[in-house]
Design a protein around this ligand. Structure first.
Ligand SMILES: CC(C)(COP(=O)(O)OP(=O)(O)OC[C@H]1O[C@@H](n2cnc3c(N)ncnc32)[C@H](O)[C@@H]1OP(=O)(O)O)[C@@H](O)C(=O)NCCC(=O)NCCS
Length: 213
């Protein structure tokens, strides 16, 4: 598949490797750090506004918003106003996905990740290196499950949640939208929306001021 990456930062570099592993060809990298569209080394570089021009040249290409920040991914997706089916789902060959799991458009599954039976992963999410999404999980759009994090069975992760590296969420727990769980935390009870929680067991240390992304 031909791919257009939106974003040229650190997360984009990681996605580039995953895309190559999955035998996709990157035809463009768009980021507002580039002021105008140009072609070099076999691909286009340019501002995000050039996406339609690139799709005219490569009408069969799919997009990935290759930006680590959950809110920024959502903002860009909303601004582009393109149909969901124009976004690729990218799965590293060393990820293990149950045949009964469902994965949405624009989502990237990194090496060593495991997604078990009947899990549903939404659109534009990141399931990072060696993260485990157990059976019957619901991970909503724009979430990021960081490297080594474990979501036990029946967990519900609402839109825009960031689960930090090596954190664990116990069975059937719900984490409310746009909440951040710190690295290494163990979430033992439901968490409200728009908070930051850390520690074992996870406790709330902050309430976020920005709402309604
Ligand atoms: C939880 C987190 C988001 C907090 O970041 P922040 O809002 O900038 O908060 P601060 O760094 O100001 O820390 C606030 C307090 O929480 C503590 N704290 C921060 N992260 C913590 C963690 N993961 N576990 C335990 N305590 C933590 C800090 O020591 C500080 O304590 P103090 O008030 O007693 O000094 C961040 O530390 C974190 O863990 N992010 C996850 C990063 C990650 O896994 N990224 C993966 C990318 S692939």
């Amino acid at each position: 598949m031909k791919l257009v990456l939106i974003g040229a930062g650190g997360h984009s570099k990681v996605i580039r490797d995953v895309a190559h592993n999955a035998e996709h060809t990157i035809v463009a990298c768009l980021d507002d750090r580039y002021k105008e569209l140009y072609f070099t080394s076999g691909m286009y570089f340019g501002p995000i506004s050039a996406v339609k021009a690139v799709l005219l040249v490569h009408p069969d290409a799919k997009l990935v918003i290759a930006i680590g920040d959950n809110g920024t991914r959502k903002t860009i997706m909303q601004k582009l106003m393109l149909p969901s089916s124009l976004y690729a789902t990218i799965v590293h060959q060393q990820a293990v996905i149950s045949p009964s799991a469902k994965i949405g458009y624009g989502t990237v599954i990194m090496p060593g990740a495991v997604i078990n039976a009947d899990a549903v992963v939404g659109e534009h999410t990141i399931i990072n290196t060696r993260a485990v999404i157990e059976h019957d999980n619901a991970v909503e759009d724009f979430a990021h499950i960081s490297p080594g994090a474990v979501l036990a069975g029946g967990v519900c992760i609402k839109q825009g949640v960031h689960i930090g590296a090596n954190a664990t969420v116990l069975p059937n727990v719900l984490v409310g939208e746009w909440t951040t769980i710190g690295a290494g935390a163990v979430v033992v009870t439901n968490m409200p929306s728009y908070v930051t929680a850390v520690g074992v067991p996870a406790t709330i240390i902050k309430t976020k001021m920005v709402r309604g992304i």
